[in-house]
Every structure is written in C-alpha cells, then in structure tokens.
Design a protein around this ligand. Structure first.
Ligand SMILES: [Zn+2]
Length: 521
C-alpha cells in the first residue's frame, strides 16, 4: 500500500515537472502531437457527427445553421475560447430540400435515382418527357407553348464506359516527383466564361423560354458518374442568381446516367415516356446573412499575432459533404483538440493566438473566407474580391492552413509560389517522412479558401493530399458520405497540420511572404 502510495506521489511529481518543463524540445512536441493525433484521435467521431447526424450543409440551409451551432459549442467544449459565429452578408436566400420522389409511369414503372438541383422550385405532377434539341434561336422558338406540364431533357446521351481501372488512387513516386519539380507559377489572367456570343445568346434564350413555360422539371445528367453516383450542384437561371429573393427558379433535376439514357433511348424510338415527380423545398434565410465559425486558443508573448487554420464546412445537398468538406472540417476541429491536449500535457503555451475558421459559402465562390478576409485583413470595393488596401491586422497574421481535397492523407504542401517558406516547411515535414509526407511543390492549387488569404498577400496554404476517389466518386456527389472517409488518412492529416500550426505559432518571425505585385502593397 505504502509503496503504491509513493509510486503515486512520484508519478504526480513527474507529471508536474513535465507540465512545467519549458525545455520540451521540438522532437518532444512532435511526439506529443503524434500521440494525441494518432493514438487518441477523435477525428472520425467528429466526422461522423458532422456527416451522419448533421447531414448536408448547403449554405443558407437549416442544415448548415444547425451544424454551425454544433461546431461552435463543440469547440467551446474542447476548451477553445471566444468560439462564435461571425456573420457575413449578401449571400442571398438559402434553400431546404424537404421531400423528393420520382418514378417512371409509362411505358413501365420504375423508381428513378435523381436529385433536385439546389435552389430549384418545388414541383409536383406527372407528364411526358420531351427532348429540347435546339441549335439556333429559330429551332428554339418551335418549342414555344410546348413545354408547360412536361419534363424537359436538355442534354443528349452520355456514353458510359466500364471502369477497368480502380477509381481510387494514391500518389506514386512519379506523380510526387512531378509536383516536386513544378516551377514557379506564373500569374494567370482571370478566366472569362461565356464562350462565343451566339452560344451564350442561345443559352440565355433557352433558359428564358424554360422560365416562361414553367415545365414540371428540366432534366439533366451530370458530366460524370454512373452506378448510382450522381453529381449534383446548384440550379441556374436565365439572369441573376437562383439565390436572389423572389426569383423564380425552374425545377431542375439531375438524374442517374443510366436512367437518363434509358429515357432518352425510348424517346429516340418514338416511345412516349411519362414520369412523376414530387419535389418539395423551401427558401430560407431571406436576409442573406451567413456565418463562419471562429474560435481561438489565446497566445502569450505574441498574442496579438495569429496563426489561422480552417476548412469550408458547407457542402452540396445530395450527399452529406463527407469528403467535401466534412473531412477538412473534422480534421481542423481535431487539430484544435490535439493542440489543446498538447498544451495541457506539456504546459507550453502558444506564443501567437491560434484561430480556427469553419467557412460557409465556399461552394458558391469562397464567399465565407473572402468576406472574413475583407472584414479582418483587407479593405475592399463593392465585392469582397476587389481588395483596395490592407488593414493593420494583415501584418499580424503569420499564415493560414487550409484543407479541402477529400479524405486522402497529406503527402506534402503546395507552396503557392512562396519559395521562401520552402526550407521552413522542409524542416517541419521531417518528423512525418515515415508517414508519407515529404513533398513540397512550388505550384499553386486553387478552388478553395486559402486563395482568399493569398489574394490579400497573406501566406495561405493547402496541402498535397492523396486523391483517393475524390474527383471520380465523391466530390459534389450523392455518395459523398462517411463510408468514404479513411480513418488513418485523416488522423495523419490532423497530426501534421497540428504540428504546422504549432510551429508557425512558436517561431520568432512570422512566415515569410511572397513578393506580390498587388497594387496596394
Ligand atoms: Zn470543397
């Protein structure tokens, strides 16, 4: 008994000594972070809650609102400070899908795999399918008065090829070498969409006609996907945005390719096909105000400087946004947890303030992060994209780390053309070489929220991830669900990002910045 007691005292003493030991080395910190990230991980529990329980998180929907409240409270429970929803505006109205059922009535009954596009109006009824096949305005005019009460197909057949190659992939030596050998990216002109004016005119006239005729639904099949995987995003309008208050949006439905093609082939044979739909939804949130979730671990001697890490939390609506981007969101929340546990265990406090952000509005154009940057770091013109000058806080942020490329583990970092961070990140990746992360690529990667920071001259990074089935199966599809998350990959990602955030916080200088050609610098 006595012996047990003295062992207990020794154990307590040694705990106290560790807790106050300011000389914990870099290696020790990496080990502590690895322990919490790999052995005590909660990333899959967080991911399951986000996807299975909270479900789809379309920006403006009740789903995202609930998910925001949950994350805000969860971060507080983890021990983060100042957890709050930070509002931004001008997103437009939201949309809640409340019921959907579709089937074929003739020539034979079958249930159809399909999803309404977000912001589609409700629709209920049955009617024949018609293929709108117009290559000129004259041809289009022939459909006037013929579309009301019908289902209108607007695309031809898409051939389906069997997948003899695996749809999930990991990087190999060659693909990593290509990334490592990438040269300094050259700034690109912003792409302009629209193509030639005749095609654009025809497109506008087609959607104008559809809005006038109000068919039961416009049917399409996504560019890719088969075997029940359907890629679904937002509805379109002839003018303006489907998110504009009061705007009529033609019901638009994306069908599984096999069902779309089957109907199309029957129409080609002159066999009438009759479908039935009951698609119910409602517009929400007319004030157009949305929120990012923000929380902090306060810093110490450099507490007025920040290190940010984040991911977009919003999703499309047909799946549960597991790989896009429940994975990134769960990883970043797990990063916060790992850091809090590491601080508790070592007694070492972060020097800079560590701030997590879960963004909204990413899928419709990085709105959440761009608005946050405009609120915090930069002054903008009318749009949050047009930066006119910088705020003093822009000098007080060291860097931003983002994750938004699915479930794959990290193989390295895209430097986003920032040559000067290369030796720093190379050093920081060393403890993770045996976990597959060692590649630095000068190249840019786009399409997600680090760009909002990069645009304001702030070092913003996205990691090189294993592709897995992101582009082939899950990204924006109905099959973007928890089952396609890989636990070991997400644990690895959270561990490495936690270490990067920590190191960014503790170094004497802020991360070096790119020389930018921004007008306001
Ligand atoms: Zn995404």
């Amino acid at each position: 008994m006595k012996q047990i007691f003295s062992l207990f005292v020794i154990a307590c003493l040694s705990l106290t000594i560790t807790a106050q030991n300011p000389t914990t080395t870099t290696k020790d910190i990496a080990d502590v972070i690895k322990k919490h990230g790999l052995e005590n991980s909660q990333v899959m529990d967080i991911a399951s809650y986000i996807t299975d329980v909270l479900g789809q998180r379309l920006t403006g929907s009740t789903g995202l609102k609930n998910a925001n409240d949950w994350a805000k409270n969860k971060l507080t429970d983890m021990g983060m400070k100042n957890s709050h929803l930070q509002q931004w505006n001008s997103f437009g109205r939201g949309w809640d899908m409340t019921h959907f059922e579709m089937h074929a009535e003739t020539p034979t009954y079958w249930p159809i795999i399909a999803y309404p596009k977000a912001w589609s109006s409700s629709s209920k009824g049955s009617g024949e399918v018609i293929y709108l096949n117009a290559t000129t305005i004259e041809e289009l005019n022939k459909y006037k008065g013929k579309l009301s009460g019908k289902f209108v197909m607007i695309e031809g057949i898409r051939e389906v090829n069997e997948a003899f190659e695996p749809t999930a992939k990991r990087h190999d030596t060659e693909s990593l070498l290509n990334l490592a050998n990438a040269t300094q990216p050259v700034p690109r002109e912003r792409r302009r969409f629209g193509g030639n004016s005749t095609a654009a005119e025809l497109r506008a006239a087609t959607w104008k006609l559809l809005e006038d005729e109000k068919p039961l639904a416009v049917l399409d099949r996504s560019r890719k996907g088969d075997l029940g995987t359907v890629f679904v995003s937002g509805a379109r309008t002839a003018e303006g945005s489907a998110r504009d208050n009061g705007k009529y949006v033609v019901p638009q439905i994306t069908m599984a390719i096999e069902h779309y093609n089957r109907i199309f082939r029957m129409l080609e044979k002159g066999i009438p096909v009759k479908l039935s739909v009951d698609s119910q939804s409602k517009y929400t949130n007319p004030d157009g105000n949305e929120n990012n979730v923000i929380a902090e671990i306060p810093g110490t001697d450099l507490k007025d400087e920040v290190v940010m890490f984040g991911a977009h939390y919003d999703s499309w609506h047909a799946g549960t946004g597991a790989t896009d981007n429940g994975s990134g969101s769960a990883v970043m929340m797990e990063v916060a947890r790992i850091l809090i546990e590491t601080i508790k265990e070592t007694g070492i406090k972060p020097r800079r303030t560590l701030r997590i952000a879960l963004w909204s509005g990413e899928e419709q154009g990085l709105h959440g992060s761009r608005n946050y940057v405009a609120q915090t770091f930069a002054n903008t013109g009318e749009s949050s994209r047009s930066i006119t000058s910088l705020k003093p806080a822009q000098k007080k942020i060291s860097g931003y780390f983002n994750m938004d490329n699915g479930t794959g583990k990290l193989r390295g970092v895209y430097l986003q053309g920032n040559q000067a961070v290369s030796p720093i990140f190379r050093e920081w990746l060393k403890p993770f070489h045996d976990m597959g992360a060692s590649t630095l690529s000068l190249s840019n990667t786009g399409g997600t929220d680090h760009l909002a920071f990069d645009a304001a001259g702030i070092p913003g990074f996205q990691f090189i991830q294993e592709p897995i089935s992101y582009s082939t199966k899950t990204h924006h599809s109905n099959m973007d669900n928890f089952d396609h998350l890989i636990a070991d990959d997400l644990k690895q990602a959270a561990t490495i990002i936690a270490y990067f955030v920590w190191q960014t916080s503790q170094r004497d200088e802020k991360l070096p910045r790119k020389e930018t050609n921004l007008k306001y610098n």
